[in-house]
Design a protein. Sequence first.
Length: 337
Amino acid sequence: MGVDLGDLFDKKEIELSDLKGKIIAVDAYNTLYQFLSIIRQRDGTPLIDSHGEITSHLSGFLYRTTNLVEEGIKPVFVFDGAPPTFKNTTIEERKKIRTEAFEKWEEAKATGGEDAFKHAQASSHIKGNMIEDAKLLLGFMGIPVVQAPSEGEAQAAFIVQNNDAYAAGSQDYDALLFGASIVVRNLAVTGKRKLPGKSVYVDVKPEIIELEKGLQALGISREQLVDIGILVGTDYNEGIKGIGPKKALKLIKKHGSIEGVLSELNTEIKNLKEIRTLFLHPDVASDYELIWKKPDAQAVIKFLCAEHDFSEVRVSKAVERLLLASDKGQKTLDRWF
């Protein structure tokens, strides 16, 4: 879910074509959850193969990643490693929320309730071989995968800081706290999207957020931005009740750092030092490789169609598009060597 800093940053709406030739380090878990949430039937039931395994995420990685490659974008998917121990409370709370949402979904399905889809989305969770299958499919598609030692968004931000990617791709704002100079939102959900609980569809376009421009406009440093995030609440702490992004900004500008704010409010935040260190000096890997390969058409078809009951006609068409787009991308790169 990440920290809510949307009210503080200007977001520039762009077209996918504006990212042509750009390498985007995508938060794979964030994207996978998007696919699990969005790619469902009308009653909220996800795509399932004959073995009872959910395949919504595989559908998303195939078709939507192919769309990105067709636009000339070079995605690399960064997967989470082991979370810090002080994230355990958040993880358990999310499990509880998903369990309650699943129960509400089952009830809504049985009664024909209109909220079935909404509750189904809230019950989305990663299980079984989802991660391994996603990595396997991306490998067959020729898309590089990076395994982070800890938080995926921290690793994605590091790849951007290393100038090995143009931007980090995520719906959350955490990548900004981790130091990504540019964050791209709505990368995998571009197009028509239904508003939750309403029969209204809106056009969703990619948007970029530039960290340095945002910091200058706000008149703060990245360290102070991290303090604001902690006051509001992150994946690692609840935050202070009644304090949103704008109030947190005002308090940090008044006191300079979170310690002064906590002193004024006569309160404390558990694991403050560790959380701040995580954002400013995260555990990341420097030995990653970003190599795009020619898609293995037969491997993709066998994996999705023979093992997960996908339509061979549809998958074959997607693979043809992917092969054509990959060839064009390689020819463009070859001009520079």
